[in-house]
Design a protein around this ligand. Sequence first.
Ligand SMILES: [Fe+2]
Length: 251
Amino acid sequence: MVESRRNFLKATALTTAGMTVGGVFDGLASPADDKLVKASRLTDADGQYALPPLPYDDKALEPVIDEATVRLHHDVHHKAYVDGANKALKQLATARAEGDFNLVKHWSRELAFHGSGHVLHTLYWTSLTPTASGEPKGDLGKAIAQDFGDLAKLKNHLTKATVAVEASGWGVLAYNVLERRLMVLQVEKHQDLTVWGAVPLLVIDVWEHAYYLKYQSKRADYVAAIWDILDWTAAGLRFEAARTVAHAQPG
Ligand SMILES: [Fe+2]
């Protein structure tokens, strides 16, 4: 009873707004994963959104993703979402302070877009690794077999869904903590077409800024190549954290 209560409170805390993705990893990752933990932090000590460092050099993902793309993508595009999310939070705080909600629809939409952009980009950098991580193992590997049949079927589904995103968006492997099963999502922009309860484990960015310098219009080639650098170890840690939330019960 006491233990389940403790786990529930811990899980609840992990999902509280302002906590970091790194906060999830803090209790799970070994010291060897320190770069991953730092690269997964969404906020700074003051609770402001912050751009986390990459867990590898700008050129570490070559030849799949070139150095110039990584630098622009992280330093310019990702940072713009961080700044946009902070601006939206500030404007909403001002609205509360002044009791003036005339623009609440606008700033709520801005928070959803930029905040989701920040979360997904943080997950993107930590979904990739210059060191081959092999295939998903352990509990995540078992869950993939149970929910998709096998890795080949997941790969085919996730690849097709990602390539087929209309305009700008993402392919996402998620674990739905309300349904307790894995699912593939096809996200438009950063925030559209999700399912409540879905916790992203591994994401593939198919905005043109993610691949156009090297692959031009050949999105399918970029998505095919990215499978060589997916970090299944990090995805497994996120799966473990998400299941902690899913299985927590109040005592
Ligand atoms: Fe992006």
